[in-house]
Write a protein that binds this ligand. Sequence first.
Ligand SMILES: N[C@@H](CCC(=O)N[C@@H](CS)C(=O)NCC(=O)O)C(=O)O
Length: 338
Amino acid sequence: MRFVPVSAVVLALMASMPAAQAATLDNVKQRGHVLCGVTTGFAGFSAPDDKGNWTGLDIDVCRSVAAATLGDASKFKAVPLNSQQRFTALQSGEIDLLARNTTVTQQRDTAVGAIHAGINFYDGQGFLVSKKLGVSSAKELNGATVCMQTGTSNENTMADWARANKVEYKPVVIEQFNEVVNAFVAGRCDVFSTDASGLASIRISKMENPDDYLVLPEIISKEPLGPFVRQGDDAWLNIVKWSIQASFNAEELDVTAANVDEKLKSNNPNIQRLLGVTPGAGKNLGLDEKWAYNIIKQVGNYGESFERNVGKGSPLQIERGLNALWIDGGLIYGLPIR
Ligand SMILES: N[C@@H](CCC(=O)N[C@@H](CS)C(=O)NCC(=O)O)C(=O)O
């Protein structure tokens, strides 16, 4: 057999890798903006306003990555995707990251070419009903028709829960989000089942009279929601992962959009490393040392983003609950930047 140098084999392997797999940061810099996969419009998480500007908790992940990589949070393009389209768009290179109320599951993290970069909202699946239905618990849903969207984790979770609780139901599964909403409003189904955050959003933004509807108390699953990137580009995975971690750390350290310039003078070593006063974290990511400063200055810390988009400063009025910092009894725990 003819001798083939190892370097030739490595080069041949690299040449056969799709460009999208290896050089996401270079592509983003060349293009001048981040391509961010989002929903087709989900108030509080990712939705356009009447001027076409996208806002929301997930949009703030897009903005954070744009601020970290390009120094400008506005340099992202929202790519609207329904539940079914999202992973194909990531695989094909149509988007650089998926920031769209997507549940992290073992299957999604391994078998669809995607990998999650963190959790930015801890959620669980629930039920929205019209008060006219006269039920106050999910246990009373026997015989109900249940609307869900194609390509969500909600379909399987519903089936598992119904089997375990001996509840018979008829699924009505529809591909486009607005059509599921319309089917529910028109009474084609008794129940809308998805993540509780989604139900809060649908009730407030899509129902003409939100007070005519009720989210039932039962939460039937764990739905840890977070951004995904393509497998095979660890440098990009790190950038998205640590952009979120920077916003968690900023909240823990009480660094906000308003006080970040003042905090540049802090003598707390954790703040100095976060803001690049002590260099290193930026270089480790292949970014400017101001990467996290830019996120905090332009997007705010995690708590600010939460309250503005889905919490007290928003129509959704979602409590911090599991999404409070760990020091306040929640699950948000900034990994150390050192
Ligand atoms: N977290 C669940 C559900 C996420 C999901 O896609 N929910 C639907 C709500 S019914 C949605 O966001 N639809 C918006 C759209 O398709 O634009 C998952 O990852 O499968």
